[in-house]
Write a protein that binds this ligand. Sequence first.
Ligand SMILES: [Ca+2]
Ligand SMILES: [Ca+2]
Ligand SMILES: [Ca+2]
Ligand SMILES: [Ca+2]
Length: 483
Amino acid sequence: MKKTLLCAIVGILVVSPAAAQTVDTIALWNGATGLTPFGIPAYGTYGQTFTVTQGAILQRVDFLVGNCAAGLDFRFELYAWDGAKATGPAIRESSVITLPTSPLWSFVSVTTRVALVPGEYVLFASTARDQAGAPNSVCNFAAVLDPATYTGGRFVFLNSAANPNLWTGTTWGTYPADLAIRAVMTPASPAGIDFSNDFRTDFAVVRNTGGGALGDVTWLISDNVTGVFTNTIWGNASDWFVPADYDGDGKTDVAIWRPGPVGTAGFWIKYSSTGATGFTAFGQTGDDPRVVGDYDGDGKVDMAVYRSGASAGLPSFWYYVRSSDGMLGTIGWGQYGDTPAPGDYDGDGKFDAAVRRDAGGGFAQYWLHQSTAGDTAIYFGTPTDRIVPGDFDGDKKTDLAVVRSGGGTLTWWVRRSSTGVVAGQTFGLTGDNITPGDYDGDGRTDFSVWRSGTFWVSGSWVGVFNRAWGVAGDFPIASFNVR
Ligand SMILES: [Ca+2]
Ligand SMILES: [Ca+2]
Ligand SMILES: [Ca+2]
Ligand SMILES: [Ca+2]
């Protein structure tokens, strides 16, 4: 392959502190240097490998390509990288991008939100799927001809012609350079019910396999990405299911809360990090344990219960065990008749107590006790809506969200924390289990329901899809804290 003249390149890899893993070699590009030929029919695949060291959400990819002898179509792809070639299925594939016949650079920006686990990946542009009927063309890809510019990866290429199978089927070529590319990444955060820490909610149901009101239950888990199936017998049919990441390894732990008198009631947790099991006496019959969350902000979910005021006018209390020091935390918030609706509404990493209160006239008011932003009350929805916890806009702040049944269908109403704007979307049927989670791995909670053995997901990135899992009568775990 030929290249343009190497010009002096000054500077170091630019890293934004707020997005620790962002890769940006465009900042070092001299405005002229490029690699060629990218185009049709040969050398149709140009890519850049890169390394993710901590879970990250790839938000956007920018690059410059142009100087095309003829217009052409290509797609941008994201795959895992095995050291020699792309591997596995596409993590993301863009729609077709068209380059004009032009002597100029085109700045291309591809928004492609997706959570990535630590590892090596390859971002590449390829004409392989889009060569039919196209004229021969040669383009230039902006690049930095110093392979030490970015040490987490390098420029790679493939003479893939019109055969995309070669992406994963043959060893790629290398050349000492980095593409001029900006891969904007932000830290990923747990995706609700995620037993494998890949930032995607898993498909999981609990089944009464023992039979009867006190029958043993089995947790049946299908990993979202790999499809690997695991089952765990844990708890019985009269327990409360409270899956959460109690040991802070990023993986949801199988856990139940068993009601009973003080000293008997408590949390039975199967810790993912060690496989050990533990019992902690906490709470008493009548408490609501579905308020578990990270109240002290140390990255571990704290065991917690909500204890409603006993009668009209009496206050409610939230009790939790601080995972940071084992001490009891107490929050007085809410009153008899309220519905708990906790979350991290101010996005400081600490769970906030919150309740919904019937405000009269068919209105509901949410009273938030935020750990940093303070107390506030917001009118939202009706007192009979189902409360759906989640971060639907992906700003790491819990959004007020409900599901309302009407006319045989479900409407999801979300008040985005980023804008305060309320919007509704119909998804699901009356009677479905409501199973919010981030199933498509873009960092945003998706609308999802489970119906007689099938999860239906309206992915915030990928659109509607479904996955068969479980049978009628099972309990989908993702609905454990929907009220
Ligand atoms: Ca904690
Ligand atoms: Ca908070
Ligand atoms: Ca949000
Ligand atoms: Ca999503």
